[in-house]
Design a protein around this ligand. Structure first.
Ligand SMILES: Nc1ncnc2c1ncn2[C@@H]1O[C@H](COP(=O)(O)OP(=O)(O)OP(=O)(O)O)[C@@H](O)[C@H]1O
Ligand SMILES: [Mg+2]
Length: 247
């Protein structure tokens, strides 16, 4: 099997027509099974996502095998062809809005997931701010749209015919589309604020959403990203958690 890419906790291989995602021993089995279950549930919508083939143990490590998509990630394409960035961003947002048209009632609920993440931050964020975050979250409208949870250009593969395939459904939930947009905005902003602002403009225009509506989610999605404890992100994320002048 050829290595496609390596991450801290997983390696993605190509094996003929298949892509095989092999997880490290440390990775919780329940998260791996949840990722496979999410992917199979979303597959039933008919959205363009790789077919899940199997979940297995390879040399003592859990692995998810799916259809291999020949092509380039949208992230690669955006980087190689910056002159057409506006068009790629347009297509990217159109695809996200297409995802959000679907309902997958058996997926976990976004609000439950966020509430759990905020609660898990004791020690990282003080109780007063956690309380405010929980209150803010509880006040958000309760929606049930399909949310990818990590919709960003590295999770979209454009095949050789120019068709998109959406991968990496480990964070998929049902919930509020603006929360999913806030998460995408955050992922862009961690690397490139200008690109993030372009994204937010396009998303809000295309979906006729007020920017404030997405921005209300920013402290919540920033808090949920803090849970990952990625070195170098903490100060930036904390500044987003603190956007409101907490009393
Ligand atoms: N089915 C597939 N076909 C082709 N390439 C794939 C496939 N699945 C994953 N890849 C490649 O592996 C990379 C990482 O896969 P994936 O997004 O599922 O894992 P990840 O751990 O979430 O990584 P990341 O942190 O980059 O999001 C993708 O950006 C893509 O280049
Ligand atoms: Mg990914």
């Amino acid at each position: 099997m050829d290595v496609i890419t390596k991450r801290a906790e997983k390696v993605i291989y190509r094996d003929g027509d298949n892509a095989v995602k092999v997880f490290s021993e440390k990775y919780p089995k329940s998260d791996i099974l949840n990722e496979a279950l999410n992917q199979s549930r979303v597959e039933e919508t008919g959205l363009p996502i790789p077919d899940l083939k199997s979940v297995s143990v390879i040399d003592g490590k859990w692995a998810i095998t799916m259809e291999y998509v020949e092509g380039k990630t949208l992230a690669q394409i955006m980087e190689e062809d910056p002159d057409n960035l506006a068009k790629y961003m347009d297509d990217f947002v159109a695809l996200q809005l297409k995802v959000q048209e679907y309902k997958v009632p058996l997926l976990n609920k976004l609000k439950d997931k966020m509430n759990r993440k905020i609660s898990s931050l004791s020690g990282k964020i003080d109780a007063t701010i956690r309380y405010e975050l929980h209150t803010r979250l509880d006040g958000m409208p309760k929606h049930d749209k399909l949310c990818h949870g990590d919709f960003n250009p590295s999770n979209i593969i454009i095949d050789n015919d120019g068709n998109p395939h959406i991968i990496d459904w480990s964070h998929a939930t049902q919930g509020n589309a603006a929360a999913d947009a806030a998460r995408t905005y955050l992922v862009f902003a961690l690397k490139d604020k200008e690109l993030a602002d372009l994204y937010l403009d396009v998303f809000c225009k295309k979906s006729d959403t007020a920017k404030q509506y997405v921005q209300q989610w920013l402290p919540i999605v920033a808090a949920s990203q803090l849970v990952k404890r990625i070195p170098g992100e903490e100060d930036f994320l904390k500044s987003w958690v603190d956007v409101v002048d907490w009393q």
